[in-house]
Structures are given as structure tokens and as C-alpha cells.
Ligand binder design. Structure first.
Ligand code: PAF
Length: 277
């Protein structure tokens, strides 16, 4: 396994890989969810590149960039047994050298949900992912369903910019009680960790209504809010029942839909979602 930092080293190493290449972009502090993306990439591609970069441009001024957990040594020890070819760990100076001024922005679908709560977040994500795609020239790139809007935005960007890359979205990996795995779970204290299962319970309750035939999106949003409100440690930021592709809020569910939410447990902001249909 080769660990590289600069664009030129990555390009040279990439040129030596013959056959299909899968890219797994990450911000490090890897958990089972990331490892499942790497394993899937290994199954489907001859070679696998993993990038580890805590991308400063996707964090807002009041977000947790400096506190974001980092542990490269641990990450590398988790990746090594998986048979990854290249690990790219660019620095902020490599990614955004002084004088940097080019951005990639997807318009309408970055406005609602996470976009409305985290202005500028997706501009940072799409810019860095476009740079990762350009540098590593993968055939396939792997993302988690947990960041559903991110996956939808990246699919749109890939189509719009004609990247010849297949976007593979892999199921959310969950703890035994249903909590979606996230690097941010480590911020939760014991009581918050217990309470955090309320996101899964709230989504499950709305899904149950849907499975019983309910198609009124407002009723599903109402059910999610009701379950969240019953957990005193949880502070809802938004709940949504939106069209799966456009992410526009629905009144009636006719096709594939996305139930999603952002909830604070203390100071920690967690997101989760279920796909319906
Ligand atoms: O999902 C993430 O970890 C990040 O948003 C990504 C896709 C690696 C871009 O920085």
C-alpha cells in the first residue's frame, strides 16, 4: 500500500494502475461504514484508491473543523488489511494552494435540507470531489447513503460535468441499536449516545406508516417530529419527506422518496435518512 500526498505523486501512481479503479473519498477517522465502502470497491474494481482529507471548505465558520477527529495512523492500520493500492492524504496546501479561486457548484438541489442549514457546505464538497475525481481518474466512486443529499448532489455533478465515473451509493452501516455510524458519534456522552437511537426510531415509525399505505408526506413528517419530541435530549433541526431525485419537499408520495432529518444531541448534530419505494 502506497501513501501519497502530492498531486504529481498521485498521478504518477495512478498511471501505473492498469484495469478498473475504484475511489473511496473520506475525511478519515474511519469506521465500519467507510470500511464497507472500501470492501465494496475491492469487490468491484481491480484497484482501490482511498483519499483521506478533512476538507476545510465544506465546514462553515461555526462548524467543527478544528475539532473534527483525526487519526491517520489508526486509519492506515484499518485500511492496510483490506488490500488498498493507494492512500492519498493531501494537505490543505496541496488541495488549495495560495491563490486558489475555482469552485464547482450544483444549484437547486443544494438549497434545501443540509444546504439550508449549512450554507456553502455543498460548494466545498463538490469542489473537492471534482478535484479528487480529476486527480485519481476512477471508473467508480463510492459514497454512503447516510449522506443522502451529498450522494444526490454528486450524482448530479457527475452527470453535468460528464465525468466518466459510476457513482455507487452503499447502504448506511448501523450500530446494533440502529444508530447510523458517523465519525461525529464519538462526541456523544453516554446519555446522548443512548438517546441518539431516536433518529432511527423516528424514521422507522414513519416508514411503518408508509408501509401501512400512508402517502400523505405531511403525516410522515408529523410522525417523525412526534417521536423526536418525546426524547428530551434531542433537538430537531429539520425533518423532511422529499422526492428522492430532486429533493423537493413532497405533499403526496407517488414515487421514490427520501425521509431525512438533522437532530442535535447536545452540541452534536446528527443526520440520518431512509429511502421509501
Ligand atoms: O462524506 C465525506 O466524508 C466528505 O463529504 C467527502 C465526500 C469525502 C468530501 O470531502
Amino acid at each position: 500500500m502506497n501513501t501519497l500526498i502530492t498531486f504529481s505523486d498521485l498521478r504518477a501512481a495512478r498511471l501505473s494502475l492498469k484495469g478498473t479503479v475504484g475511489l473511496v473519498p473520506t475525511m478519515g477517522y474511519l469506521h465500519e461504514g467507510h470500511l464497507s465502502l472500501i470492501k465494496r470497491a475491492k469487490e468491484e474494481c481491480k484497484h482501490v484508491i482511498v483519499s483521506i482529507f478533512v476538507n476545510p471548505t465544506q465546514f462553515g465558520p461555526n462548524e467543527d473543523l478544528s475539532k473534527y477527529p483525526r487519526d491517520l495512523e489508526r486509519d492506515l492500520s484499518l485500511i492496510t488489511p483490506l488490500g488498498v493500492d493507494l492512500v492519498w492524504t493531501p494537505t490543505a496546501e496541496v488541495m488549495y494552494p495560495s491563490g486558489y479561486q475555482t469552485w464547482v457548484e450544483v444549484e437547486a438541489m443544494t438549497q434545501p435540507l443540509e444546504g439550508s442549514m449549512r450554507p456553502g457546505h455543498f460548494k466545498g464538497v463538490t469542489t473537492v470531489v471534482a478535484k479528487l475525481f480529476n486527480a485519481s481518474q476512477p471508473d467508480k466512486a463510492y459514497f454512503g447513503q447516510k449522506d443522502a443529499q451529498q450522494a444526490a448532489v454528486i450524482r448530479q455533478m457527475t452527470r453535468d460535468l460528464n465525468f466518466p465515473i459510476e457513482i455507487v451509493v452503499c447502504p448506511t452501516t448501523r450500530e446494533a441499536d440502529g444508530l447510523a455510524m458517523s465519525s461525529r458519534n464519538k462526541y456523544l456522552n453516554e446519555a446522548e449516545r443512548k438517546a441518539a437511537v431516536v433518529l432511527f426510531r423516528s424514521l422507522s415509525a414513519a416508514k411503518e406508516l408508509y408501509e401501512d399505505g400512508e402517502r400523505d408526506a405531511e403525516k410522515l413528517r408529523g410522525k417523525m417530529k412526534e417521536v423526536l419530541a418525546a426524547e428530551p435530549l434531542a433537538q430537531m433541526q429539520y425533518v423532511s419527506c422529499a422526492d428522492y431525485d430532486s429533493l423537493e419537499e413532497l405533499s403526496e408520495i407517488r414515487g421514490k422518496a427520501l425521509l431525512s432529518m438533522a437532530v442535535f444531541l447536545g452540541k452534536t448534530r446528527l443526520i440520518d435518512n431512509f429511502v421509501l419505494g
